[in-house]
Design a protein around this ligand. Structure first.
Ligand SMILES: C=C(O[C@@H]1C=C(C(=O)O)C=C[C@H]1O)C(=O)O
Length: 401
């Protein structure tokens, strides 16, 4: 038996899948495919440690023995290795081709939020964030670490419609990874993790692996000349090139033992999202063992210094002490894998957790010796605009951060 509800790629079917997104479903759109998952035949809420991939493989082969020829696991893995993953084998799975940027009839839905939602919590506050960045810079200059990624969360009392939000994110970010993961049962309430990540932790197809770390960022400008000036400035910024090299080097070093061939660009290129410019490295390899699961490789990379820092233990300890909120799934990984070990895992950034009457958004920025606290705060605010814009709440932080 094939997965019930599995339909093969069909032109324009992707936007149809988006129209079925809501609390209780999970969705993942990548540059190669669009997935819509409904129900859960099996769940894996195990600790996100070194055994997670083996547990996932055991679950997938058990489901296969039950008669599914091509089962798939979809969901999210937290930032911390002692946090719990939220992965599931869906009872219905629909697959379509990649989304296109074409106008989507489903995005003209009514505004996704109440007219005037308010900020009900910021952790840390904008002042607090500048303070922890300044502390981190002092630690880095004292050579106690090289880089740390510091983030903040903003909670609004908004009632967000998941379907409209996912539709706008997918339409605005066609080259990225748009996701919506049903977290029901996690805290006994209906909760959905929704986001549009520009960053690929790892994709595996047979013996080929691909990783696309991003680090070193600057907000876009609405003035095209200024926008180009910022992109060119980023490519020449010694501080950002260093911030990026720490990440690209770590990804290459952790992937190399698994590969018989690995291509790492000598210098990064620049990529754009609707809100940000990022330095980007496209790292491609051929695996020694084509059967090694994508989740195993992704967990070997996670967390990269794009979301944690270097050395990892010092950075993690600083984050635990300084940020003052639980990142949970933010800065973890989100995606899918199948019983053959293929899969796509994006970095869980540019995201929010949506529940009835409340939404929490997250954003972080890499801190190195040359970081300026005010600019890092501005960078996190610009990153928050990916979600705020898609919620049609662009102005909610004006005057607040
Ligand atoms: C942590 C985030 O982004 C990460 C940090 C970046 C940076 O510091 O330049 C860039 C991309 C991501 O790897 C986020 O968007 O919240």
């Amino acid at each position: 038996m094939n997965n019930p509800g599995l339909s093969l790629a069909r032109e324009n079917a992707a936007s149809e899948l988006v129209s079925h997104c809501r609390h209780g479903t999970s969705f993942f759109a990548s540059p190669t495919r669009t997935l819509l998952a409904q129900g859960a035949d099996a769940t894996l809420h195990a600790v996100a440690d070194g055994d997670l991939s083996a547990r996932a493989a055991t679950l997938l082969s058990a489901v296969r023995r039950d008669g599914w020829t091509s089962p798939l696991l979809i969901g999210a893995v937290p930032f911390r290795h002692d946090g719990r993953a939220h992965l599931m084998v869906p009872s219905r799975l629909n697959v379509a081709a990649a989304m296109t940027a074409a106008p989507d009839r489903h995005t003209s839905a009514t505004p996704s939020a109440r007219a005037r939602p308010e900020v009900i919590r910021m952790a840390p506050t904008p002042d607090g964030y500048r303070g922890i960045v300044a502390d981190a810079v002092a630690h880095i200059r004292a050579r106690r670490m090289e880089k740390v990624v510091l983030s903040r969360s903003v909670t609004l009392d908004a009632d967000i419609d998941v379907q409209s939000l996912v539709a706008r994110l997918a339409q605005r970010n066609p080259t990225g990874y748009t996701y919506s993961i049903d977290l029901s049962g996690r805290a006994g309430e209906q909760r959905t993790l929704v986001g549009a990540s520009p960053e690929l932790l790892l994709a595996k197809n047979g013996a080929s692996v691909y990783s696309n770390p991003l680090a070193g960022s600057v907000p876009r400008s609405s003035d095209p000349i200024e926008d180009q000036r910022r992109a060119q400035g980023l490519l020449r910024s010694a501080k950002d090139l260093h911030e990026h090299a720490v990440v690209a080097d770590a990804v290459a070093e952790r992937l190399r033992p698994y590969c018989r061939h690995l291509e790492v660009p000598l210098t990064p290129s620049v990529v754009a999202t609707p809100t940000m410019w990022h330095l980007s490295s496209e790292i491609r390899g051929q695996l020694r063992d084509a059967h090694i699961p994508s989740l195993h490789l992704a967990m070997a990379l996670h967390p990269t210094p794009a979301v944690c820092g270097n050395p990892p233990d010092s950075a993690r300890a600083f984050i635990d002490e300084a940020e003052g909120f639980d990142r949970d799934l933010f800065t973890g990984l989100v995606g899918w894998c199948n019983a053959e070990g293929d899969g796509e895992w994006a970095v869980t950034i540019r995201c929010a957790t949506v529940r009835q009457g409340e939404v929490t958004l997250y954003a972080g920025a890499g801190i190195v010796a040359g970081s300026d606290p005010a600019l890092e705060l501005a960078e996190t605010t610009a990153k928050l605009r990916t979600m705020l814009g898609a919620m049609q709440l662009d102005a909610v932080l004006d005057g607040a951060a």
